[in-house]
Design a protein around this ligand. Sequence first.
Ligand SMILES: [Zn+2]
Length: 127
Amino acid sequence: MARGLCDLCGRPLKLSTKVSLSHARPMPHGAEGWAILQVEPLLHRACALESMRFCPSLKRQILEGDLRIRQVTRWRAQCAVMTAEYVQTVCSGARKALGHGKVELLQWIDRDMEWLKKGNYIDDSRN
Ligand SMILES: [Zn+2]
């Protein structure tokens, strides 16, 4: 997430159309207040379409109207700073660490399956 890699293929998202497939809605717990924070890393457009074609959970969520398809034009990674005391409860060692990574959506365009299915687009990272 912090390195800006695609959730499906693991390649860089930089310079590519970035897609969010998430049910995340605005919540008041962002670093600066209300924000959309999602646990799902972003995807290349082609990878988002591939995910929608094969993932039963995503198919169900789109049918139920729960899933949002967003073309993300600005985003940033957010991580929680975990105290040494907390880290010790989940693994050995007592030192501060970063965890609970999330993608904060800063700017996006709401899209739909028809947009995702449109072919003939160039996604340089997939070539
Ligand atoms: Zn990808």
